[in-house]
Design a protein around this ligand. Structure first.
Ligand SMILES: C[S@@+](CC[C@H](N)C(=O)[O-])C[C@H]1O[C@@H](n2cnc3c(N)ncnc32)[C@H](O)[C@@H]1O
Length: 468
């Protein structure tokens, strides 16, 4: 049987999914072009392979893998849904004689580390943080896809390879930190294929996350990681732009945040925001838990309240006409939400997909103590426990820096999500406070400069930062 009929079995299985179960078990079946691209990442071999497919659905991934390698291999597929397990059996029997399909949960099957090729497109659901204990050390997982990946990697024989179709979210942020560190210790990161647009693949499945292919292997870290930073499933990978980059050039800081491209050389001379003594915190007021202190009018003993609605280009405005209360009463004082007067750079935690820049930063200098809604991050020079305002010029210079196109590009390479989180911002390359203050003197945030002027001024900074 050819890939067309494997694809047919997949399409028929996709058409007969039961909606509630599809949601519950995340049955988003891989289309053939993505399956072929994923399997294409495995190293060629004349040896028969021991193949494992976790959460096999219609069996498409295991079957395309088995078809790629010589006869005499075996496939073990594990699928929780009985109807899909039967579809897996049908697909796999077309291409392999030694097939075993277990209609079971992946977490209930004990797997020996004996597989040479492991492939998976796991469910992507969030789960309560769970610690998986292993000989190589415990690892905390916060999502089913990383739990499946841990099981997949544990099942690899020495030299074995694993290819996974997963979201991009594991590469950055705090939630996946433990998993990232564990995985980079446990195996070699060989290749990453990041799909540029979300809509193009999984078209019939309504998947909206940014998806990637990840290839890791059970051996020492390869010298260069192969990265396709903007791939499409429509064209063979060998015809798409790729880079070979040392892992060192992709991974940042102790949290091992991973980028999808080598950093722009112009940023190389800068330390991170955290190293420059700039700390990013999240606004402390969760409005729906503090409704009783919100006030539409200024009251004696109260404080101004800043929301994302108060961002007006490069500056914060207050008060503004909007449907959010612009003040809190003095009752907020004992709720640990009030910040000291002074200079800050505020960064929106969420950006709309259509927004040109992912990062939206605005300067604030408040001469009274104030409160920030938790949809905004604020940059100061204290710690996670103590907020210390910035010098005014530093706050203005930082706002310009964070509004530049080069910084936005940097952020996009780190995060595929529209959320802008504090952990990632702390790793961002940043000029020193003195340089930021000089930058503030070159361009005023109060004059609402347009993007090209901001970028031009930042461009000049690279020259004098190098010379200084
Ligand atoms: C995203 S789908 C992918 C299916 C298939 N691998 C593919 O690529 O088309 C995830 C599959 O995992 C199955 N699944 C979910 N939880 C599972 C579990 N705990 N154990 C085994 N299979 C599971 C679902 O029923 C579904 O078929």
């Amino acid at each position: 049987m050819n890939s067309e009929s494997i694809a047919q079995i997949r399409d028929e299985a996709a058409a007969s999914l039961v909606p509630e179960r599809q949601q519950q078990w995340e049955q988003f079946l891989t289309p053939m072009p993505v399956a072929e691209q994923a399997v294409g990442l495995f190293t060629e071999s004349d040896e028969p392979q021991r193949i494992l497919d976790l959460g096999s659905g219609s069996g498409i991934l295991g079957a395309v893998t088995a078809k790629r390698f010589s006869a005499g291999g075996s496939v073990l597929a594990i699928e929780r849904d009985a109807a899909l397990a039967r579809a897996s059996e049908t697909s796999l029997r077309q291409v392999c004689d030694d097939v075993m399909v277990l209609n079971d949960s992946v977490s209930d099957v004990a797997l020996e580390p004996r597989f040479s090729r492991v492939i998976l497109n796991p469910p992507y659901k969030k789960i309560a943080p769970t610690v998986i204990a292993m000989d190589s050390g415990d690892v905390k997982v916060t999502n089913l896809y990383t739990a499946f990946l841990v099981i997949a990697i544990q099942a690899l024989a020495a030299g074995g390879e694993c290819v996974a179709i997963i979201p991009r979210s594991w590469m950055n942020g705090d939630y996946f930190k433990d998993f990232r560190k564990w995985m980079l210790r446990e195996c070699s990161l060989d290749a990453m294929v990041v799909y540029g647009s979300r809509q193009e693949h999984f078209k019939d499945m309504g998947i909206l996350q940014e998806i990637m292919l990840l290839k890791v292997s059970k051996r020492a870290q390869v010298k260069k990681v192969t990265v396709f930073p903007d791939a499409s499933p429509a064209t063979p990978l060998e015809r798409q732009s790729q880079e070979m980059v040392a892992l060192r050039a992709l991974s940042m800081g102790r949290d091992r945040i991973l980028r999808i491209q080598r950093q722009d050389a112009r940023l190389a001379g800068f330390k991170t925001m955290a190293d420059e003594g700039l700390w990013v915190s999240t606004g402390k007021l969760v409005w729906f838990r503090n409704r009783d202190v919100l006030s539409d009018d200024e009251v004696v003993g109260g404080h101004p309240l800043y929301w994302a609605d108060n961002q007006d280009g490069l500056r914060m405005e207050h008060p503004v006409e909007c449907d959010r209360a612009q003040w809190v009463t003095g009752a907020a004082d004992n709720r640990h939400v009030v910040l000291p007067a002074g200079g800050y750079c505020m960064v929106n935690r969420f950006s709309a997909k259509e927004q040109r820049h992912r990062i939206y930063a605005s300067y604030l200098n408040s001469d009274v103590d104030f409160v920030v809604d938790n949809k905004l991050n604020y940059v100061h020079q204290g710690t996670s426990r103590k907020t210390i305002p910035l010098d005014d010029a530093v706050a203005r210079g930082l706002t310009l820096w964070l509004s530049s196109s080069i910084v936005d590009e940097w952020y996009r390479q780190v995060s595929g999500s529209t959320q802008v989180n504090a952990t990632d911002l702390r790793q961002m390359p940043c000029p020193s406070k003195q340089q930021l203050a000089v930058l503030a003197g070159m361009l005023s945030v109060n004059d609402a400069p347009d993007q090209s002027l901001v970028d031009e001024t930042i461009g000049g900074l690279f020259e004098w930062a190098k010379a200084s």
